[in-house]
Design a protein around this ligand. Structure first.
Ligand code: NDP
Length: 320
């Protein structure tokens, strides 16, 4: 029955999204005989497929490439017969006992007793051609200081943004790097006072107020940035080896809007200490519900929680 088009298929456990949360949920659900079906979504493997080396996931003492690590997650999920499929969930009705999820604009419909949402979040970028070119090359552009800061130990870097993330990541970088240039587009920061004070109190952070990035310089690797003061029009080049962007993330939850509880940005708000969303039978793991930690290992942890909660839900109804 599986993999035919225009059909309705009923499953016990549907997992939407294929980052560390989705694959960990799949491993647990498959080992509990829930026969999970996973749709990998528009970015198979999730955000880690856009990073180079991952050094902070336990179990890889030598580090591992992000895409290679996600292949290992996939192999482990498939070892226990998770049905991993290409396809994007495009419409959902999660309200009843049987949840309906359309794949690829109605090419296929899945009816599921439980749904695990692991659709993640996407980092926002400035959108400069030079930023994206160097990011794709792995040439020193990153949206995650905790993931990539270590590679710039003792070097000079820039970070864009003025929210709590930029302040937190800026001070993280300042502990590793020789100097951090913080590029702030207004004359004030959005971050909480305590986070602002933290960056202002660090000797090796220089804040460039009213400043915007025009270009990330470098052919294959970042060599600097050209910035412009948006009050005076003055331009200058700052030599840096790393360019970090911390201007926010967007959770990939648009297709669930109006159906389950989320905050005003779109992060799903599960019942505290669980993976249970506001709808029975619908669970969430990973960055779709996490604006604070955003780590592969925390996503894996909450993915596990989602599968265990789904298993209990099904068992209580005699379905597992
Ligand atoms: P925010 O949306 O709070 O801040 C984004 C920042 O990026 C703002 O300073 C904004 O500037 C700037 N920005 C946006 N677009 C651009 C652009 N194109 N060019 C330059 N700058 C830009 O996102 P965060 O990720 O910082 O935080 C998200 C949420 O997570 C918040 O609620 C935050 O409090 C929370 N959080 C809490 C933490 C903690 O408590 N430890 C840690 C991290 C996050 P402007 O102000 O001018 O709009």
């Amino acid at each position: 029955m599986a993999n035919q088009e225009n059909e309705i298929e009923r499953v016990k456990c549907l997992i939407i999204g294929s980052g560390p949360a989705g694959y960990t949920a799949a491993i647990y659900a498959a080992r509990a005989n829930l026969n999970p079906v996973m749709y990998v979504g528009p970015e198979p493997g999730g955000q880690l497929t856009t990073t180079t080396e991952v050094e902070n996931f336990p179990g890889y003492p030598q580090g591992i490439d992000g895409p290679a690590m996600m292949e290992e997650f996939k192999a482990q999920a498939e070892r226990f017969d998770t049905d991993v499929r290409f396809g994007v969930a495009t419409k959902t009705d999660l309200s009843g006992d049987i949840k309906t999820v359309e794949i690829d604009n109605g090419k296929k419909t899945i009816e599921a007793h439980t749904v695990i949402i692991s659709t993640g979040a996407s980092a926002k970028w400035l959108g400069l051609e030079s930023e994206q070119r160097l990011r794709e090359k792995g040439g020193g552009v990153s949206a995650c200081a905790v993931c990539d800061g270590f590679f710039y130990k003792g070097l000079e870097v820039a970070i864009v943004g003025a929210g709590d993330s930029a302040c937190e990541e800026g001070s993280y970088l300042a502990k590793l790097c020789k100097k951090v240039h913080m590029i702030v587009r207004r004359d004030k920061m959005r971050a909480s006072k305590i986070m602002q004070e933290r960056v202002k109190g660090m000797d090796n952070i220089e804040i460039h107020w009213n400043t915007e990035t025009e270009e990330v310089l470098g052919d294959d690797e970042v060599t600097g940035i050209r910035v412009v003061n948006n009050q005076t029009g003055e331009k200058k080049e700052i030599p840096v080896q790393g360019f970090f962007v911390a201007i926010g993330h967007k959770p990939n939850t648009d297709i669930f809007k109006g159906q389950i509880d989320m905050d005003d940005v779109g992060y799903i708000t599960p019942v505290l200490g669980t993976a249970q969303t506001s709808l029975p039978g619908v669970f969430v793991g990973g960055d779709a519900a996490d604006k604070h930690y955003r780590q592969a290992v925390t996503a894996a942890g909450t993915g596990c929680m989602a599968a265990l909660d789904a298993e209990r839900y099904l068992a209580e109804r005699g379905l597992a």
